[in-house]
Design a protein around this ligand. Structure first.
Ligand code: ADP
Ligand code: MG
Length: 206
């Protein structure tokens, strides 16, 4: 279990609180014009997203991890070379769908944060797609099992994740319902299922 600012010692409680707080932050960020204006495809924007979601919960919000991590059989970039890796990734082109997904896959291989890479990076990807192509992913249409399998495969072969995500592209970039449902899908991929964003959104906007 991760050390947290809230002094929570129970993993299940931490997961619930993390979900509630960070979903509310994501909902507020989505309608914030400051977020809209950030540079697309940069690490500073990814760090902004990560910090916004997790700053009330973790000291490491928006900061490079200092430990090495792996998932399944895959070991992400060495903590020692993260800065260099991320600087290289930032310079990758992002003018077509293919280029943007290649960049997303590279940033996933870097996995710059201790936790919360998946959720923050999907918001970063949508920000980049919206800016460059006037499209976003309709995440509720992207099946969890197929998504995770395609991401596991992506360091070796980007075709499955490109096919999966291109089928879920939408031009409705400003549709709040698509975003809100997509946020729940993104959290569902990581097994956070305690809160519906639509309910949090209602409370947050009263
Ligand atoms: N074996 C793997 N190889 C490459 N990427 C993976 C693998 N397993 C998961 N991922 C990616 O890592 C993300 C989860 O990273 P993590 O830091 O735990 O984020 P979060 O805390 O938001 O769940 C997944 O959404 C997926 O995109
Ligand atoms: Mg996780």
């Amino acid at each position: 279990m991760l050390e947290n600012k809230l002094g929570i010692k129970d993993a299940i409680e931490l997961a619930r609180v993390e979900e509630r707080i960070s979903k509310r932050k994501a909902l507020a960020m989505w309608s914030d014009p400051e977020f809209e204006r950030l540079s697309a495809g940069t690490f500073s924007t990814l760090a902004f997203i990560h910090r916004t979601l997790f700053e009330d919960i973790y000291e490491f919000a928006g900061r490079f991890r200092s430990v090495n991590i792996s998932k399944g059989h895959f070991r992400f970039a060495s903590a020692l070379y993260l800065r260099e890796a991320v600087e290289t990734i930032e310079r990758l082109p992002q003018s077509t769908f293919d280029e943007i997904i290649d960049k997303y896959v590279e940033m996933n291989v870097a996995h710059p944060f201790r936790e919360g890479n998946g959720r923050s990076m999907r918001l970063w990807l949508d920000h980049m797609l919206k800016r460059e192509l006037r499209r976003v992913i309709e995440w509720r249409l992207v099946d969890k099992g197929r998504y995770l399998t395609a991401m596991e495969r992506s360091p070796l072969d980007v075709t499955p994740i490109k096919n999966l995500l291109s089928d879920a592209l939408t031009a409705s970039t400003d549709d709040r319902e698509i975003f809100v449902k997509g946020l729940d899908a993104s959290y569902f991929y990581e097994d956070y299922i305690a809160y519906r964003s639509a309910d949090l959104d209602e409370q947050g906007r009263h």
